[in-house]
Design a protein around this ligand. Sequence first.
Ligand SMILES: Cc1cc2nc3c(=O)[nH]c(=O)nc-3n(C[C@H](O)[C@H](O)[C@H](O)COP(=O)(O)OP(=O)(O)OC[C@H]3O[C@@H](n4cnc5c(N)ncnc54)[C@H](O)[C@@H]3O)c2cc1C
Ligand code: FES
Length: 294
Amino acid sequence: MMAKLHADHYADSMHQIDTPLKRNDQIGEGTFLIRVAAEPLARTLVPGQFVMIRLSGTNAPLIGRALAVYDVISDESGVPKWIDLVYLKKGTFTTALAESPLDTHVTLWGPLGNGFANRACDRLIMVAGGIGQTPMLLLGREALGTQNFGDEDRANGWSPVVEFIYGARRASLLAGVSDFEQAGFRVTLCTDDGSQGQQRLVPDILCERLEELKDSGESIRVVTCGPEIMMEKVAEACQATGVDCQVSMETPMACGIGICFSCVAQVRQDGPEEWDYKRTCVEGPIFDADQICW
Ligand SMILES: Cc1cc2nc3c(=O)[nH]c(=O)nc-3n(C[C@H](O)[C@H](O)[C@H](O)COP(=O)(O)OP(=O)(O)OC[C@H]3O[C@@H](n4cnc5c(N)ncnc54)[C@H](O)[C@@H]3O)c2cc1C
Ligand code: FES
C-alpha cells in the first residue's frame, strides 16, 4: 500500500506579500542583509523557519529561493513588523538581489517549514559554517528568553546558556558576529586560513567542547546549519556522545510548499534501514540529526 503523504507544516497558514527593500547592506564578503516590512510573517514565525523570496515583476529568475529568517524587528510598541534576511551572493537570484536598489519590490511567502524544537536543556550549542549562521540568532535569543516568537503557548527561556561556534573560509566571510555577541551568546570563531579565531574546523571545536563538558552533568543540545559535510561531522560527534542534535537542511527548493518534490532528503523512519524521501520544505528543514541518511 502506498504511504499517505503527510506533513505537519504545509503552507496553509503562510502569507504572501509584496514589499519594498528597506535595507540591502553588505555585512561581509559577498554577504548582504535585507530588511522588509512583513508584519504577518514577523508576528507568527518561529526560529528555523524560512521564506521563499523572488524579485517582483520579473521572471529572471522565475523560481523563488529559500532564505532563513535572520532577525525580527519590532516597532516602539513591541509589535513585530520587519524581518531581516541574510544572503550570500552566489548565483542568479542572489546576484540580482545584491544589485537591487532600495525600494525594489520583492515577493515573499512564508513562514515555511517546521522550525527548531524548543526542548529545554542546560546548554544550547549552535554550530554554523559558511552562510549557516542565518537561522541561529533568533533561536539563541528564544533559548535565552530575550525574544518571543510564534503563538503565546510557545515556550521561551528554555536554555540558560547559549554557545555559538561559527566558522568560515576566511575572516571576511564571517558575517553578523557582533549580532551574536550582543545577543549574549558565548561566541567561538574559526577560519580555514586562521585569519580570525582558531585555525580549525567547526566540528573539531565542537568535539573538544563536548569532551570538556562530558562530566558536567549538564543536558546539552546541539543545532547545526551549513555545508552538508560539516553537518554530518557534527551529527557524528553528537551521536558518539549521546547528545541531542538537530540539523537545518538546505536542499535546493523550487516551490517551498510541498508540491514539486525538488527538495527531498533521505530520512530514516522506524529503524536504521528504513528510510523514505522527505520534503525538506514541509517535513523539515529541521530534522533530528540521527534521522538523516548522509
Ligand atoms: C531552507 C533553506 C534556507 C536557506 N537559507 C539561506 C540563507 O539564509 N542565506 C543564503 O544565502 N542562502 C540560503 N539558502 C540557499 C538559497 O535558497 C539559494 O539556494 C542560494 O542563495 C543560491 O541562490 P542563487 O539563485 O543565487 O544561486 P543559483 O543560481 O540557484 O545557484 C548557484 C549555485 O549554487 C548551487 N545551489 C543552489 N542552491 C543550493 C543549495 N540550497 N545548496 C547547495 N547548492 C545550491 C547551484 O547548483 C549552483 O551551482 C537556503 C536554502 C534553504 C533550502
Ligand atoms: S520545494 Fe517543492 S516540494 Fe519542497
